[in-house]
Design a protein around this ligand. Structure first.
Ligand code: NAI
Length: 249
C-alpha cells in the first residue's frame, strides 16, 4: 500500500534510531523524504538510501529550522508530514538535586525548543495547503513518574505533550493534525548509550515492560506512518502511546 504517494515528509533526527527507521518506512510507502540531522555522514547515507534529500540542521537553531523547511518546500513543492523527532538523552544523573542549570537548559533546548521551532516554521506551509500532519516525539516518561528520576528529560517531554495537544486543537479546523508520539524504551543508540552508563538500569527497566522487551525502531516507525497517513484522519491532539504497556502497568 502506497499511503504516501505524491507526499513529502521531513524527519528530524533522521540519521539514527527511530528517525532512520521512519525515513525508511515513509519512503517505502511512497513518500519523498527530507532527512534533517546534525550528523552529516549518517544523514547523507540515509537520504541516499531512499533517494531523498539531506539537510544538515541543528534543530535548536531557528535559522537552521527555517532553512530546513524552505529547502524541503523548494525541492518538492509541499510538506505533508513533519516528524519532529531529534532529541538527546538525559544527563548522567538527572535527579533534581544533581542536574545543573546548564544541563537542564540544554535538554529543554534540544528536546522541547526544537519542537516549538519546527512547528512554528512548518505550519505556514501546511496552512497554505490546507492539510498536514505533525508528529512530535515525546516519550512514555511524560506519562508516568520514575524513581530513577530523569527530571530534565521528563519535563522536556511533558512540554512536547502539552504543546502538541494545544496545537492540535488550535489548527484542527485548518486540516492540520498534531499528535505527540510516546514511545516506550526503544533499542536505539540513544537507549544503548544510556544503559552503557548504568547496565543495571536496562534490567530494571525490562521488569516494568509488560511485553518483556524493548521496542524495535521499526515498530515506532510504523506508528509514525499511521499518524502521518489519512488512516489517522480523525486523530489529532492525541498522546499516542507505543510503549509495550509500560505506562499502563
Ligand atoms: P538516536 O540518538 O538514535 O537518534 C537521535 C538523532 O537526533 C541522532 O541522529 C542525532 O544526531 C540527532 N540530533 C540530536 N541532536 C540534534 C540537533 N540539535 N539537531 C539535529 N539533530 C539532532 O535517538 P532515538 O532513540 O532514535 O531517539 C529519537 C527520539 O525519540 C528522541 O526525541 C528521544 O528522546 C525519543 N525517545 C526515545 C526513546 C528510546 O528509548 N530510544 C524512548 C522514547 C522517546
Amino acid at each position: 500500500m502506497q499511503r504516501f504517494e505524491g507526499r513529502v515528509a521531513v524527519v528530524t533526527g533522521g540519521a539514527s534510531g527511530i528517525g532512520l527507521a521512519t525515513v525508511r518506512r515513509l519512503a517505502a510507502e511512497g513518500a519523498k523524504v527530507v532527512v534533517a540531522d546534525l550528523d552529516e555522514t549518517g544523514g547523507t547515507k540515509a537520504a541516499e538510501e531512499v533517494g531523498g534529500l539531506f539537510v544538515k540542521a541543528d534543530v535548536t537553531s531557528e535559522d537552521d529550522v527555517k532553512a530546513l523547511f524552505e529547502a524541503a518546500h523548494a525541492a518538492y513543492g509541499r510538506i505533508d508530514v513533519a516528524f519532529n523527532n531529534a532529541g538527546i538523552s538525559p544527563p548522567d544523573d538527572d535527579s533534581i538535586l544533581e542536574t545543573g542549570l546548564d544541563a537542564w537548559k540544554r535538554v529543554q533546548e534540544v528536546n522541547l525548543t526544537s519542537v516549538y521551532l519546527c512547528c512554528k516554521h512548518v505550519i505556514p506551509y501546511m496552512r497554505q495547503q490546507g492539510r498536514g500532519s505533525i508528529i512530535n516525539t515525546a516519550s512514555f516518561v511524560a506519562k508516568m513518574g520514575a524513581a530513577t528520576s530523569q527530571i530534565s528529560y521528563t519535563a522536556s517531554k511533558g512540554g512536547v505533550l502539552a504543546m502538541s495537544r494545544e496545537l492540535g486543537v488550535q489548527f484542527a479546523r485548518e486540516g492540520i493534525r498534531v499528535n505527540a508520539l510516546c514511545p516506550g524504551p526503544v533499542s536505539t543508540p540513544l537507549l544503548q548509550e544510556l544503559f552503557a552508563k548504568d547496565p543495571e538500569k536496562a534490567a530494571r527497566r525490562l521488569v516494568h515492560i509488560p511485553t518483556g522487551r524493548f521496542a524495535e525502531p521499526e515498530e515506532i516507525a510504523a506508528a509514525v506512518a499511521f499518524l502521518g497517513s489519512d488512516d489517522a484522519s480523525f486523530i489529532t491532539a492525541s498522546e499516542f502511546l507505543v510503549d509495550g504497556g509500560i505506562s499502563g502497568a
